[in-house]
Design a binder for this molecule. Structure first.
Ligand code: HEM
Ligand code: HEM
Length: 186
């Protein structure tokens, strides 16, 4: 399973990490936008817990990508297409690191606390009389909040372009790009 990626066949680890991290990130994004737009506070601890846990897998995923190198394209395309896919892959890799870190620092320094399914990582700082969180560092919490929200939208656009690319390769070019990401030898 821990073979290196080749043009003909991707490593089982690449395939597993791509789909595990990709699907969890899509889920977190849907929960994140829904809970903050509608102020569904019950979802916040779930979003944070999954976000912290998946970060450990993301670290392995990104490490594996760089020791293993970027994937060779499954077929030959124009320079513009190669460059566009490179840019989108870089944005996705950077976003999958920035999102959990900014979320963690925003919640931690904002006084809201961070727990993983009840296990406390950073203590909350609640004012029981005023019934609100008191920030440990309001400026940093504010900066990390805008980083989480803005990077979130950049990531959503990148995921959309990425998905369009996968659909184009599979249905229009009819090449093996998508099949290869499911572990098929091409
Ligand atoms: C359901 C949605 C998705 C589909 C259909 C999909 C499909 C693919 C395919 C076919 C490739 C191979 C591209 C190539 O051969 O050059 C790929 C690579 C990649 N995908 Fe996705 N993907 C999806 C979701 C995501 C998400 C949500 C992320 C991250 C947030 C992501 C991050 C990446 C990255 C960074 C690569 C570059 C290769 C690597 O690092 O493994 N993908 N994806
Ligand atoms: C890969 C991991 C993560 C992804 C993809 C992600 C994604 C998102 C997205 C898209 C939003 C909606 C932003 C908006 O438009 O308002 C959001 C909100 C939020 N996220 Fe995350 N997140 C991740 C990890 C985390 C972590 C680790 C924490 C904290 C420990 C966290 C805490 C929050 C909070 C508190 C909000 C609500 C912000 C508000 O009410 O304005 N996130 N997240």
């Amino acid at each position: 399973m821990i073979n290196k990626d080749t043009k003909q066949k991707l490593s089982g680890l690449t395939v597993l990490l791509h789909w595990l991290v990709g699907l969890v990130i899509i889920t977190l994004t849907v929960i994140g936008v829904y809970m903050s737009e509608n102020e569904v506070f019950a979802l916040y601890p779930i979003h944070k817990s999954i976000g912290v846990l998946i970060f450990t897998v993301i670290v392995i995923r990104v490490y594996w990508r760089f020791v293993n190198g970027w994937l060779q394209p499954a077929a030959n395309y124009t320079k513009i297409e190669h460059n566009l896919s490179k840019i989108v892959h870089w944005v996705l890799i950077i976003a999958m690191i920035v999102m959990p870190i900014s979320g963690f620092i925003m919640s931690g320094t904002g006084g809201h606390g961070v727990s993983v399914f009840g296990l406390e990582i950073v203590a909350a700082n609640f004012d029981l009389v005023a019934k609100k969180a008191i920030a440990y560092n309001a400026a940093l919490a504010g900066f990390m909040h805008s980083t989480h929200v803005n990077s979130g939208w950049v990531m959503i656009i990148a995921i959309f372009l990425h998905l369009m690319g996968a659909i184009k390769h599979h249905f229009m070019d009819k090449d093996s790009t998508l099949k290869r990401m499911f572990g098929k030898r091409i």
